[in-house]
Unconditional design. Structure first.
Length: 253
């Protein structure tokens, strides 16, 4: 099976002595430490964000029946929702969202033990979700928001009327509609207190979920890096790498 991505351009790295390499590596290490400290600072600011009390009822279709947002917590106090790009008319999930989702199942015991529930949400009907989940071999919880305002209220789904406007609201700003799609990715976090009140604590969009994708973090340390001409353009659904090049590619249906 050939899954190799050929470099667009041959590497042009200098060939130096071990001593010169060590000097360059120490300079990079200083930057890496700076990045780590900045990440710690960002994490602290993220935890200090104010919360918004959820005052709207949302109901989702799940394999065990209809459930409210509060019920998705599954007995825990924290909930992470991944806004998965799988629209009602789509035949398969977004390759990029699928790439991220390939990294989730192994985290579930650790998240659950840390009082965190992870759930994916898509606007496709539940039968389509279940079929695609089976195809991909995933175990994580995945529910449908079909017929709900949830995706629209969290600015990850857009109607034809939305896309016909001059601007679309995504990633906390107005963007040209040609940069949008009927479905876009995101992640949202929620907290439920002992009274059962639910609070929206955090959301991120676009490339905000990259750190969840361990494969990218490994590629960033490989000699040729991600070797991409645009964001994750090399990614296919994991059962499509043996197929012809045109089988994967697009991050849409």
């Amino acid at each position: 099976m050939d899954v190799t991505v050929s470099p667009k351009n041959p590497p042009e790295n200098s060939i130096v002595s071990r001593e010169e390499w060590l000097e360059a590596r120490r300079k990079l290490l200083a930057m890496e430490k700076e990045e780590t400290h900045l990440r710690d600072k960002v994490r602290a600011e993220r935890q200090a964000l104010p919360w918004v009390k959820m005052d709207k009822d949302y109901v989702f279709d799940t394999p065990t029946g209809r459930k409210t947002l509060a019920e998705l917590f599954d007995g825990r106090s924290q909930l992470i929702i991944y806004h998965f790009m799988l629209g009602p008319e789509w035949d398969a999930g977004c390759p990029g969202c699928s790439f991220l989702s390939d990294h989730i199942d192994g985290t579930l015991p650790h998240l659950n033990n840390h009082d965190v529930t992870f759930v994916a949400v898509a606007r496709a009907p539940l039968d389509k979700i279940e079929a695609y989940k089976k195809r991909m071999g995933w175990k994580f919880p995945w529910v449908s928001s079909f017929g709900s305002d949830f995706n629209f209220d969290f600015h990850v789904s857009f109607t034809k009327e939305d896309l016909a406007k001059d601007k679309v609201f995504y990633n906390f700003s107005a963007i040209p509609p040609e940069q949008a799609h009927d479905e876009l990715p995101g992640l949202s976090a929620f907290y439920k207190n002992e009274k059962g009140e639910v609070f929206h604590t955090y959301s991120s969009y676009a490339r905000g979920g990259e750190e969840m994708i361990g494969t990218l973090m490994i590629l960033d340390r490989a000699p040729l890096g991600r070797n991409e001409s645009s964001t994750m353009n090399f990614v296919k659904r994991h059962d499509e790498y043996e197929q012809k090049p045109e089988a994967g590619s697009s991050c849409c249906h």
